[in-house]
Design a protein around this ligand. Sequence first.
Ligand SMILES: NC(=O)c1ccc[n+]([C@@H]2O[C@H](COP(=O)([O-])OP(=O)(O)OC[C@H]3O[C@@H](n4cnc5c(N)ncnc54)[C@H](O)[C@@H]3O)[C@@H](O)[C@H]2O)c1
Length: 436
Amino acid sequence: MLDNQTTRREFLKAGAAVGLAAAGVSPVTATDRSAARIGIIGTGRRGGSHLRTLMRLPGVVVPALCDTHADNLAAAQDIVVKAGQEKPEGYSGSEHAFEKLVERDDLDAVMITTPWDWHAPMALAAMNAGKYAAVEVPAALTLKQCWDLVRTSERTGRPCMMLENWSFRRDNLAVLNMIRAGLLGQIVHAHCAYSHDCIGWFFDARTGQMRWPGKYLLNFNGSLYTTHGLGPVLSWLDINCGDRFDYLTSTATKPLRMADYFARKFGPDHPAAKARYEQGDIVTSVIKTVGGKTVVVNYDVHLPRPYDNRWLVQGTRGIYDEDKASVYIAGRSPGDHQWEPFEPYQKQFAHRWWKTMGGQAASAGHGGVDYIELALFVEAVRNKTQTPLDVYDSVTMSVVIPLSAESIAKGSAPVKAPDFTGGKWQTRKQVFAAES
Ligand SMILES: NC(=O)c1ccc[n+]([C@@H]2O[C@H](COP(=O)([O-])OP(=O)(O)OC[C@H]3O[C@@H](n4cnc5c(N)ncnc54)[C@H](O)[C@@H]3O)[C@@H](O)[C@H]2O)c1
């Protein structure tokens, strides 16, 4: 296992290399032994977007792609050819075609951008075949899958990084630097949410036909899409490096939106209007940490509303509120308990990843965040170091899904969170996004 602490020096070196690579200093070709050779499973919307970003990064070769959907696979092969690389070998024809891809001996890493049921099985297959795994959110859906990922990563020594892009946002990393500089004092509380009207992702909004994520709304009731909110919170609260989640309680509202939306759009007899949905429209979870902090997490992806993450982090000396784009630092902010704009703090506490890569990243997905996330993954692969988010981070964010469902099923009863680090959280250092 590439342990975070033992590889810290190498990781920092990798960070420096990213700056160079991103500046175009160390491009590689398919025959270059220092290339990161990456295969992708799932070449739909997200897979295609990652592939385009990977093609912009120096030092990446994509020899193989896999998708059950022939058109998506062909379109992805086209992206690689248009970028000037050889046409990647395509794997298709069965849901298990990926098993052949992961066995190739010319791959260092496998990126998984398939529907959720496949994430953990594919990441396990990649690690068992000796590859780094980069897996889209969430890394796992069940407690067992979380443990399987941890044990397999530890046994094989292969990192498993969940691609939680919001951990790499410019604002969130500046807040992390402020926290590490002590501006907010001791951290006490955080709030986060994924508030986004995703009806057009669960369903084809034109026809009401269910897409693959829609099935979870029928037979699941929990905080189903949680990691985007939790990503930065993990680092702000030193989770798995000084503190850890202890237990959570979750409460769900009734499910009203889907039936209402489709009844209005297509009439009450449309299948999507008549379906019986389990998943509540809003789920509120409260997580307590062993160190006495609390986190409120909202799942809120059904109702019509503008996008929001509602990040807030509060300590003994101050508070950051993303919604207000403001901070208040006791003894520093002007006025008596008055908010002041966050923007100057974001500049002053800018993270080195954004200083070195922000320019190149700008036109990539999610305001450049996806570029920075993938550049850091690629450099870890090239340098054979730990990934910036490791398997413990990945499962700690994902496990809120099954734990919240269990709490809701038990009438909002507290549910214990496992210690995936096996006690190492007490001595692990803050490595994620360390500045020095
Ligand atoms: N981090 C982010 O910001 C973000 C944004 C969007 C989606 N995502 C995640 O990306 C993943 C993919 O979402 P999407 O919107 O691209 O979905 P999609 O339906 O557009 O793409 C999924 C692809 O996987 C393929 N596929 C399904 N089963 C397969 C199998 N067994 N083997 C090979 N290919 C298979 C499908 O044919 C399809 O091409 C999801 O896990 C989602 O949560 C993350």
